[in-house]
Design a protein around this ligand. Structure first.
Ligand SMILES: [Zn+2]
Length: 132
């Protein structure tokens, strides 16, 4: 899934990824000049990236997001940006639970599937267990 605009999947480069055009999505949102080596440029394009960065900025703050990315090795930043966007967009949709709502739902599904598996095993044992 693509949570951060066109840059996701393009590989993490430390150069400006916008082909020398306008500012990246983050700088466009922040109305600032996008400098060479902008930490956000490889991950937020000037189109969809602006929308996703707006969510990241609202939940985490641009400065915190920037500091967080600086602390992470460059080859892992793409994954970090994807999860930041996912968490921020989930928080925008559900201010109370954020992405935890999704985790709870998946946990519930896991419990249901485990119970169904146990039931299926019991039925199999009852019907075929003594014929071996
Ligand atoms: Zn930028």
């Amino acid at each position: 899934m693509n949570y951060c605009g066109g840059k996701i999947g393009g590989g993490g480069s430390d150069q400006r990824g916008n082909g020398g055009g306008g500012p990246c999505g983050a700088c466009k949102f922040l109305r600032r000049k996008c400098i060479k080596g902008c930490i956000f440029a490889p991950y937020f394009d000037s189109d969809q990236g602006t929308v996703h960065f707006a969510a990241v900025h609202k939940v985490f703050g641009a400065s915190n997001a920037s500091k967080l990315l600086m602390r992470i090795p460059a080859h892992k930043r793409l994954d970090a940006v994807v999860t930041l966007c996912y968490e921020a967009l989930a928080r925008a949709r559900d201010p109370v639970y954020g992405c935890v709502a999704h985790i709870f739902a998946l946990q519930q599904q896991g419990v249901l599937q485990f119970n169904y598996l146990s039931f299926t095993n019991q039925v199999l044992m009852r019907n075929f267990g003594n014929n071996g």
